[in-house]
Write a protein that binds this ligand. Structure first.
Ligand SMILES: O=C(O)[C@H]1O[C@H](OP(=O)(O)OP(=O)(O)OC[C@H]2O[C@@H](n3ccc(=O)[nH]c3=O)[C@H](O)[C@@H]2O)[C@H](O)[C@@H](O)[C@@H]1O
Length: 435
């Protein structure tokens, strides 16, 4: 046996002599050289990972986040060209808007609407696996056909955000990237902190340093009203009793927005969306998976409150939400700061965007049964203590007064459009409708 046979095959390891107390000096020295070499390689890889690591996923687990971030990449001249082309304004007085969460339900609709009217739109999305990513890819393909490019990355990736602001002078940011869903917060609390708090702060940090600073419109949630019992919910009502971690992170977002407005002069508008539904919707939401399960003949859990109390939502159709978002962007005043310094007071707004007519969940199921022509297998159960509240109802007088916001789609009409889309998307192409 030559001494080469003693050189370990596994990097970073060296063989100890038969006797645990003595070792061969030659073997040790060559092993040490190997060890040093492989340590450098290893440290180099770690350095590369942290230096270049762009996106991570908001959802499943932190280890998933890191794993996925390794796979994502951005940069290069072709990439920069695509970014600039997508964000190029094509109408007089148009905006250049960065839409975060662009492959999401609301993000897709808003990106398409902005592009249609001639604004420059650049999307950003981490394509996480909270729900079927193939639906997000299909939305991406849809947007690509209209000329909207979605950068694949995470809002926590400050280097990426900085790069985007270097390439494009965004006039506005439509911030929709978030960990959504009320009930999932009990399963994966850290994903809510990661996206809705840390991610929001990282975005605001980059916006505040940008020159010029963009105006920001972002998605808060009706869930901030939490245990508030005064109806309909007005922006003046208390929001200090969240019933879920999701709601708490959205409420935290509103306070964080106040801080960045106060210190840095960022123009910020928070929109409290009320249970948004429609074509290209989210498979984790009740109207969506009820449709899927009714068609499959599976029973659906329908929540009711104590003493058979009605559980209801102010379901709001996506087109009404899009209108509310666009007019929020149009009426957003410029941020006042520059170079991270505030120059004067800036606009800070919060609006309810709801439909103003709550519908019991049982009625939602009745409408779906009629549209699908299938009887649902109803499994009535007690509202679990998982963050769901019994009732939501928006008072929209403030949005009406200041934005001219006026929802026009009732649940029956909106669900009809959703069902038509659902059937053509899943049944015509025979795609799997698993959330
Ligand atoms: O308005 C909002 O701010 C929130 O609206 C929805 O949350 P939610 O209203 O709970 O929407 P769904 O999860 O679709 O639930 C709709 C209704 O169906 C009920 N439900 C849900 C699930 C189920 O299995 N059974 C059931 O009866 C819920 O209690 C609720 O009353 C979204 O999921 C949140 O991301 C959003 O922020």
């Amino acid at each position: 046996m030559s001494h080469l046979d003693h050189i370990p095959s596994t990097p970073g390891k060296f063989k100890i002599d038969k006797s645990p107390y003595t070792y061969n000096r030659v073997r040790w020295t060559s092993s040490l050289a190997k060890l040093t070499f492989w340590s450098f390689v290893f440290i180099g890889l770690i350095f590369l990972f942290f230096y270049r690591s762009p996106s991570s996923s908001a959802n499943p687990s932190q280890s998933d986040l890191s794993r996925r971030s390794l796979r994502s990449s951005w940069g290069g001249s072709a990439w920069e060209k695509r970014v600039r082309a997508s964000a190029r304004i094509r109408s007089r007085n148009g905006f250049s808007v960065l839409v975060t969460g662009a492959a999401g339900f609301v993000g897709t609709h808003i990106s398409a609407a902005l592009k249609r009217r001639g604004d420059g739109v650049l999307g950003l999305d981490n394509f996480n696996h909270y729900y079927d990513p193939s639906l997000k890819r299909a939305r991406q393909a849809l947007l690509e056909r209209t000329g909207v490019y979605i950068v694949e990355g995470d809002i926590n990736d400050v280097a990426l955000l900085k790069k985007l602001f270097e390439l494009v002078q965004f006039t506005h940011v439509m911030h929709l990237a978030a960990q959504a869903g009320v009930r999932y917060a009990m399963e994966n609390p850290s994903s809510y902190v990661h996206s809705n708090i840390a991610g929001f702060v990282s975005l605001l940090e980059v916006c505040k340093n940008a020159n010029p600073q963009p105006a920001i419109v972002w998605a808060s949630s009706s869930s901030v009203y939490g245990l508030n019992t005064k109806v309909p919910f007005s922006e003046k009502d208390r929001t200090d009793q969240p019933a879920s971690l999701y709601a708490a992170t959205k409420k935290a977002g509103e306070e964080i927005a106040h801080t960045y407005n106060y210190i840095y002069g960022l123009s910020l508008t928070g929109l409290r969306f009320f249970t948004v539904y429609g074509p290209w919707g989210r498979p984790d939401m009740a109207y969506f998976f009820f449709t899927r399960d009714i068609l499959k003949g599976k029973s659906i859990p329908i929540f009711e409150a104590a003493n058979h109390g009605t559980v209801a939502r102010d379901f709001t159709y996506i087109d009404d939400i899009v209108k509310g978002c666009l007019v929020s962007l149009d009426t957003a005043e410029k941020s006042t700061g520059s170079g991270g310094k505030k120059k004067g007071p800036a606009q800070l707004r919060v609006f309810n965007l709801g439909n103003t007519s709550p519908v019991p969940v049982t009625d939602l199921v009745g409408i779906l049964e009629r549209l699908l022509k299938v009887k649902a297998k109803r499994n009535i159960m007690k509202l679990p203590r998982n963050g769901d509240v019994q009732f939501t109802h928006a008072n929209i007088s403030s949005a009406q007064r200041e934005l001219g916001y006026k929802p026009t789609t009732d649940l029956q009409t909106g669900l009809k459009k959703f069902v038509r889309w659902y059937l053509s998307y899943y049944h015509a192409g025979d795609k799997k409708a698993d959330a």
